[in-house]
Each structure stands twice: as structure tokens, then as C-alpha cells.
Design a protein around this ligand. Structure first.
Ligand code: 2P0
Length: 325
């Protein structure tokens, strides 16, 4: 009862920002992401009758803290579904996600864990079912089941049965690039879980954010299908700014930005002024991701690397979905 799966991380162009059910991880809004190649987690799950509890190894280190609790609690979902209570596993993960660049490893991590666990237990789940399981590990992870451009449909049902990801366009549909700009960043003090909850509960701007989302989502999907880079980039950038604006209306207010975050945003705006279409997006942290077209790579990377406070720039292409090794 052993399987290995590989999943890539993703970056949201329309952000997931808020839950309507914290236990099942059901979002208040639909979101849309691009899966990134190069950044992935590879996980082997091996169920063994002789184990008394799960064992979790990450990058060859045995994990015993809160990350272990999250993994073992998550495996419990599968044990209950498969009626295999008391059957424990060795979980071995290798993470190739540059967390210094502000990529959450939870997206690729839970996608690879869900896929390997389901395969090891021979559950024969559809991709839709797998996406629903993955969602319950970490919301954004449900989008990493697919490659290319992916929408997480928020769904309506209280049991989460209609909240899962679907593919909008495959990996080879469109060759765009994402540069992850690494900044001299301090540890962030509000996690994304805490930040989104505080925003939902208290932000005076939260309703405005929600009201604006259906139009953003429809327009960006049209842009992706038509490969209209300026349309997709400008919607993604504006959507990111609206998400971050909600944090300023929370009680107490907070922001994920640092001074260097704004410096990189200005570099991107000046690239556009000089005729190089580039757009930024920012997740729950200070780092900036920049979208651009392959033909502009040299100029975009040069300008980003010259920007004060930038320590590294890591490039990714559009990536593939779950694979089994
Ligand atoms: C996203 N983020 O769409 C948004 C944009 C951060 C900003 O998904 O609580 O780790 O595990 O469901 O998925 C980060 O939150 O949160 C996130 P949980 P997750 O990518």
C-alpha cells in the first residue's frame, strides 16, 4: 500500500481570500490560478500494518511539530473514508518550493499528499473528488490537481460537495512566465489563515471585495481563452490590490507589504511605461510575483534584478497537474 505523487504549486490571479466554513475549508469566493512548473512537492505514502502512528519526514527530517499534526489529522480523513481506521503510514515529502520567494508549500504539499494517499489506498477517485479532498488540507491546494489555468469554484452546498477545481485551459495553451521576486524580508506576523479570518470578520471593505469578484473572474477567463495578456495581467494586478486593500479595513488593520514590496510594484509599472507589458500579484506576504511574456524576459529580469531590496528572481513557466511516479 504505497504510492508516490508529485504536485506543483500555483499562484492565484484571482485570489481566494476568506472562508464560509473553516472546518471543511469552503471559500466565500471563487478563485483562479496558474500552476507553476519547477516548484513542486513529491510525496510517498506507505501504509504499514506494524505502525502505531503516522511518521512524517520532510526533506529527510522527521517532523514532530504542528506540521505533523496537520498531516496526521489530514490522513484521518482518508482512513475514515476508506474504513481503514488504525492503519498508519510513513509519509516522505521532498519540497522543491522556494518558500523564501513567498510560495506557500501547502498548495503543492497537500495536493501531493492527497494524491499519493488516495493512490496508496486504491481509492480510485475522480480528479474532482481528489480536488475536494485536497481542498480540506489547504484551500489553494485544490487548484494544484490540474496544470495550466485553474478555477476553484466556490460552490453553494454546506457539505462542500460542489466546491472543487476545474481546468480552464491546459499547460500548453499559453506560454506566459512568472518571476518570483525574493526580497530581504522579515518573518510575516499574520499568517494567511489568521489574516483571511480577521478580514472576513472585521474588514469594512470585505463586501466591496466580494461584490467585485464575479466580474473579475468572468473577464479573466475570457482573457485566458483569448490569450489577451494585457487583459489577464491588468485584472490580476487589480484583483491583488483589492485583496490587499481589505486588510487595511480590518480591525486591527494590517498589511503584508514592506517598503521593498512597493519598490518592486513601481519597477513593474515603469516597465509597462517603457513598452514591456508586465503585471504583479502578491499573496499573503511581502514578496511580489511578476507576470510577463517570454519575448520580454531579458528586459523584465534585468529591471527586477536592478531594483533595490531584491535578492533573487526565480522564473517559472506554466506547470502540469498531479503526476504519479
Ligand atoms: C490564494 N492565498 O488564492 C490566496 C491568495 C493567499 C492569498 O490561498 O487556510 O494556505 O489552508 O485554506 O490556501 C493562502 O491560503 O489557506 C492562499 P488555507 P491557504 O492563493
Amino acid at each position: 500500500m504505497r504510492a508516490t505523487a508529485k504536485a506543483h504549486t500555483n499562484i492565484a490571479l484571482i485570489k481566494y481570500w476568506g472562508k464560509r466554513n473553516e472546518e471543511l475549508i469552503l471559500p466565500t469566493n471563487s478563485s483562479l490560478s496558474v500552476t507553476l512548473d519547477g516548484f513542486y512537492t513529491r510525496t510517498t505514502v506507505h501504509f504499514k500494518n506494524e505502525l502505531q502512528k503516522d511518521v512524517f519526514t520532510l526533506n529527510d527530517k522527521v517532523i514532530k511539530d504542528i506540521a505533523y499534526e496537520r498531516v496526521t489529522n489530514y490522513l484521518e480523513l482518508f482512513r475514515n473514508y476508506a474504513n481503514k481506521q488504525g492503519l498508519y503510514a510513513e509519509v516522505n515529502s521532498i519540497n522543491k518550493v522556494p518558500t523564501a520567494a513567498g510560495f506557500a508549500s501547502s498548495a503543492s504539499g497537500f495536493a501531493a499528499l492527497a494524491a499519493a494517499t488516495a493512490q496508496a489506498l486504491k481509492l480510485d477517485l475522480s480528479e474532482q473528488e481528489l480536488s475536494k479532498f485536497t481542498r480540506q488540507g489547504s484551500g489553494s491546494a485544490c487548484r494544484s490537481i490540474y496544470g495550466g489555468f485553474v478555477e476553484w469554484q466556490k460552490g453553494q452546498a454546506n457539505d462542500g460537495s460542489d466546491s472543487y477545481a476545474i481546468q480552464i485551459a491546459p499547460q500548453d495553451h499559453w506560454d506566459i512566465r512568472v518571476a518570483a521576486v525574493v526580497l530581504t524580508a522579515k518573518e510575516k506576523d499574520v499568517s494567511s489563515r489568521v489574516g483571511m479570518k480577521r478580514t472576513v470578520d472585521t474588514s469594512v471593505f470585505y463586501d466591496g471585495w466580494l461584490d467585485s469578484l464575479p466580474a473579475d473572474l468572468e473577464a479573466i477567463k475570457e482573457g485566458i481563452v483569448a490569450k489577451d495578456f494585457e487583459k489577464v495581467g491588468s485584472i490580476a494586478e487589480a484583483n491583488c490590490l483589492k485583496m490587499h486593500a481589505t486588510t487595511l479595513g480590518a480591525v486591527p488593520p494590517f498589511t503584508y507589504w514592506q517598503d521593498t514590496t512597493m519598490t518592486v510594484m513601481q519597477t513593474v509599472q515603469s516597465l509597462r511605461k517603457s513598452g514591456f507589458p508586465a503585471y504583479f500579484t502578491i499573496d499573503a506576504g511581502p514578496n511580489v510575483k511578476v507576470l510577463y511574456l517570454p519575448k520580454d524576459e531579458q528586459e523584465v529580469l534585468k529591471k527586477l534584478r536592478q531594483t533595490d531590496g531584491v535578492t533573487d528572481v526565480i522564473v517559472s513557466k506554466v506547470g502540469e497537474g498531479i503526476s504519479y511516479v
